[in-house]
Structure formats: C-alpha cells, structure tokens
Design a protein around this ligand. Structure first.
Ligand code: COA
Length: 334
C-alpha cells in the first residue's frame, strides 16, 4: 500500500504539547555498576549517555497524565473539551483496563472516550494517524495523543544487550480540528508480523502465562536481536520516509525538522546519509533520554516547541520503528 496523502478540507493541528521525564537520572557510569559494560561502549555504539528511570510508585499512567495536562494547559483547552484519548504504550499499568482510561480519570476528561493503541515504538505515529482520521471526518474536535512508557519495569537488568538502551518518560500532544494549514499531509503505516521474535516480551500474554520458571528465565522481560533490528530499522524507516516525500511531492530540503525515533545515533546517521537529510535539522535527544519507545517523538516535539524552534507552516518529517515489527512515517505542517 502506498502512503496516504490527505485531501480533506478539515485538518488536524497540534495546538499543545507536553512531556514528563522522571526525576531519577541513570548515567552510563551507573550502569557500569550493574552489568559488564562501559560508558565508552554505550556512547560509541548508541550515542546514549543517560536515561530517566521512573520511581517505584510512578507508573505509565501517572507520567502520561502529567504530559497530557501540560498539553491541555498550553492549548488552553479544558479536560471537559477532550473528545478522545489515545495512549500508545507497550508498558501499560495493567493489561486491562487500559492506561488511557486511567489517564482519562486522572485528568478529569469526563466526556472523552479512551483506548490504548499497541504498535510498540511506532505507536505514537500510528496513534497520530488514527486521531487525524477522527478529526478530518468531523466526528471530533479535540484529541489527546499520548506516548508513555515505563520500560525499566520490563527490562532484564542482567542483559547488557538491552538494559543500557531504554528509558522511561511520556509525551503528549493535543490535536485539534482546523481548516487552517495542511495538517498531517502524508502518512505511511507498515508492519511485518513475520518477525515477531526479533523484538518482543515473550511471556505474560496468553501465549506464555507467567510462571515461576518464566520469571526465573526472565522471559517476561524485553528481548531484542539488536543487530537484526538495527539493519531492518534503517531499511524500513529509510524506505518509509522516502515514500512519504515522493508521494507528497515534498523535497527533503523543504523539511524544517526531521524527528526520528530515538533508538541509536548510528541508525539516525544512516538515515541522514541515505535520504541526504540536513543533519543540523535532525532532532536528537537520545543522549539524554535513551529509547523511550512511543514517548520519543512527542517528547522531541515538545522540546522543539518550547524552545521556540517551531513556527506555523514548518514541515516536520517523523519516522519510527519497533516491535511487531511496525514502522511508520508522516509529514505534518506545524
Ligand atoms: N556493553 C559492552 N558490550 C556490549 C554491550 C554493552 N552494553 N552490549 C553488547 N555488547 C557486546 C556484545 O556482547 C558483543 O560482544 P561479542 O562480540 O563478544 O559477542 C559486542 O558488544 C558487539 O555486539 P553487537 O550486538 O554486534 O553490537 P552492535 O554494534 O550491533 O550494537 C546495539 C548493539 C543493540 C546497540 C545495536 O545493534 C542496536 O542499536 N540495535 C537496534 C536497536 C533498536 O533500534 N532498538 C529498538 C527499535 S525500537
């Protein structure tokens, strides 16, 4: 399926952003005390220097609610005016009810529908596209799209291949229907369920319920075949971004900011080379936060927004890749 270029008169526009990063900072030096690794290895192989770790009593919904509240305040929209809440996470507070329902209650969005959307690290872009459809159809006016993750809760802290890569955090945007601008101009959602084992939490679903043996083997923790994921991520995100540019007729030089998934600086550098993107316009915060999965892109958008680096009319190219496998890209006009 080729990327979808919007032809609607009504568009969606981000009118508020928010982010929440837990207080506790875990540096690479801290990790040297937990697993056999070095600051030099992590920095050179990934670009990550530190990440945030949520407190024991701080959950995905708590972080998501704080980010969402900030987005509402910035937009000048009350919780009562929110029509729908979509939360992207693979670390929900509970398998059910949804984390979105907990956030709905926490922020007091009494008239909103709420659901979780599961597309792992691509979840925020998937959610953005779903929200956009509700807005351009005229059904809803205000939708909160949230990416929130407590990945520290599903890491095997004995596995140096994975535990150094991830961090906790949340980002949110308030998406509003408008007739101004061009909104979400083009999007491309993709998947490959033939590669589920490459990046997964094998146990704790119905396929492998939790037993003592599962806990002992740490099969309830995140597993990743890093090298394979790396190669696939570059090919998939590169191809998807290329499709979005081509089908929308937008030149890469017209893009003001590229906001890629923040998994590994070497992946981002490979994408920059592949698509001949202007490096100084590629937003990177993985050095400070590591890979926060679905929270990466909304946190980056919030940072760009509050630092005054975005103006109405700017074109933003976003791309993500994650478990599923899933990947996605989109271009929106700010
Ligand atoms: N510290 C020190 N050494 C480590 C290490 C760590 N934290 N993690 C792995 N190593 C070792 C490996 O054991 C291996 O040792 P060996 O050669 O003796 O077996 C060596 O470093 C090289 O490992 P390799 O897996 O080849 O490293 P890499 O250069 O491919 O980098 C990743 C590993 C995980 C950083 C990289 O593959 C990656 O970023 N993958 C994709 C991540 C991603 O995109 N994830 C999320 C998508 S949402």
């Amino acid at each position: 399926m080729t990327p979808k270029v919007s032809s609607s008169k009504i568009h969606s526009r981000i009118v508020g952003t928010g982010a929440y990063l837990p207080e506790r900072i875990m540096t690479n030096a801290d990790l040297e005390k937990i697993v056999e690794t070095t600051d030099a290895w992590i920095t050179e192989r990934t670009g990550i220097r530190e990440r945030r770790i949520a407190a024991d009593d701080e959950f995905t919904s708590d972080m998501g609610a704080k980010a969402a509240q900030q987005a509402l305040t910035m937009a000048g929209v009350t919780a009562d005016e929110v029509d729908l809440i979509i939360v992207s996470t693979f670390t929900p507070d509970t398998i059910f009810p949804s984390t979105a329902c907990r956030i709905q209650h926490a922020i007091g969005a009494k008239k909103a529908g709420a659901f979780d959307l599961q597309a792992a690290c691509s979840g925020f872009l998937y959610s953005l596209v779903v929200a956009d459809q509700f807005l351009i159809s005229g059904l809803y006016r205000n939708i909160l799209v949230i990416g929130s993750e407590k990945i520290s809760s599903v890491l095997n802290w004995n596995d140096r291949n994975t535990c150094v890569l991830f961090g906790d955090g949340a980002g949110a945007v308030l998406l509003q229907a408008t007739e101004q601008g061009r909104g979400l101009i083009v999007s491309d959602l993709r998947s490959d369920g033939g590669e589920t084992e490459m990046l997964t939490i094998p146990a704790s679903g119905c396929r492998m319920p939790v037993t003592q043996q599962i806990l002992d083997q740490k099969s309830n923790c995140l597993f990743m075949a890093g090298k394979e994921v790396f190669k696939k991520a570059v090919t998939a995100m590169g191809g998807s971004m290329g499709h979005c540019l081509k089908s929308s007729g937008i030149d890469s030089q017209e893009i003001k900011w590229v906001v890629p998934h923040q998994a590994n600086l070497r992946i981002i550098d490979a994408l920059v080379q592949r698509l001949d993107l202007p490096r100084e316009q590629v937003y990177v915060n993985l050095d400070r936060f590591g890979n926060m999965s679905a929270a990466c892109i909304p946190v980056a958008l919030h940072e760009l927004n509050v630092s005054g680096k975005l103006e109405r009319g700017d074109l933003i190219l976003m791309t993500a890749f994650g478990g599923g496998l899933t990947w996605a890209s989109a271009i929106l006009e700010w």
